[in-house]
Design a protein. Structure first.
Length: 330
């Protein structure tokens, strides 16, 4: 009887967590394209100029800056909480899943440029969303209209990204966990496979996939679902316990936003387990096939899914604030 009560308690806790996340669904009331048209008419041009200048000298930041929007929206909604600093390292930024993020200084640089033009007007949450679009465009990817009007949150907790139920999906997640994580936020299976295509730009630390090369089941073996020739090539780059070396998520075109990521995944050359997981579901597998055909709609779909993701749990109107500095609340 005690065990059954305990199980019931766990179930109730999970239900409460899910119910608490209903407000995080991709709804986005209060957002609109051109929100700053009157209050800061050149806002989007200012953001694009900074990003274009940055990409000219540091193109490797495109992937991390795109991923920052995902990491922000999946935790507490798209409220800029991932940007907040903490003197005791207890904010989201310092949580393990976010330690690989880079480019926070670029967000600060954009904020300074906007504050010089329109003090106290453009939120940091909107900057993250606009930057994600602009790094995609500069790397030859699609353009989409970004809805703006988000306000910045005041809470950022170290524990949120690593919460086993509501945290960021891990790079080792299987397809069931990935689908549940996206569904919890009002995103579909199609959104999952489309947004995974963002891995066409960027890199990953060897430590994120080391087990697939050297110790997949704890017996010194390799991941049997991964192309063995690809494993051999990765072993030349990544040695056991390597914490610093980076590998391209989309070898050969990791600085260009294209559809080659899907071609790699279908050839069993997805770098992360969460990439390979897309082969294990009929709907995601069907999209992989479609994205590698002449009838690919990936570019259009990516913009649609990014807009949808950008609506998760937004603060608008009188909620939240517009930070003067993206690293701390007013």
């Amino acid at each position: 009887m005690a065990a059954s009560k305990n199980s019931f308690g766990v179930l109730m806790l999970q239900m409460m967590v899910v119910l608490g996340l209903f407000s995080l669904h991709a709804e986005g009331q209060g957002l609109k394209v051109g929100f700053y048209e009157k209050s800061c008419p050149h806002a989007e041009k200012i953001v694009f100029k900074v990003i274009k200048d940055v990409m000219a000298v540091a193109p490797s930041l495109s992937g991390p800056l795109l991923r920052m929007h995902f990491h922000d929206c999946f935790i507490r909604g798209c409220d800029g909480s991932v940007l907040l600093d903490s003197p005791t390292r207890q904010s989201e930024k310092f949580s393990p899943p976010n330690l690989s993020l880079r480019g926070f200084n670029i967000i600060d640089r954009v904020k300074v440029a906007l504050e010089n033009a329109c003090p106290g007007v453009v939120s940091c949450a909107d900057i993250v969303a606009l930057v994600a679009r602009d790094v995609t465009v500069v790397t030859k990817g699609p353009f989409w209209e970004v809805e703006t009007g988000r306000r910045d949150g005041k809470v950022s907790l170290f524990s949120d990204p690593i919460n086993p139920v509501t945290g960021l999906p891990r790079f080792t997640a299987n397809i069931t966990v990935l689908k549940e994580s996206f569904a919890l936020r009002g995103l579909s299976t199609k959104d999952l496979v489309v947004l995974s295509g963002g891995h066409t730009i960027g890199m990953s630390h060897c430590s994120s996939f080391e087990s697939r090369l050297y110790n997949f089941t704890g017996k010194g073996d390799t991941d049997p679902t991964m192309d063995q020739n690809y494993i051999a090539r990765l072993k030349l780059k990544c040695k056991p316990r390597d914490q610093t070396t980076l590998a391209e998520l989309d070898p050969g075109s990791f600085k260009t936003f294209d559809d080659s990521y899907y071609k790699l995944v279908t050839k069993r050359r997805g770098l992360l387990q969460s990439d390979a997981a897309l082969l294990n579901d009929p709907e995601t597998r069907a999209y992989l096939d479609q994205a590698t055909s002449h009838g690919s709609t990936f570019f259009k779909d990516f913009g649609v899914s990014m807009v949808k993701m950008g609506r998760i749990g937004v603060l608008t109107g009188s909620k939240g604030e517009v930070r003067k500095l993206c690293t701390k609340t007013n």
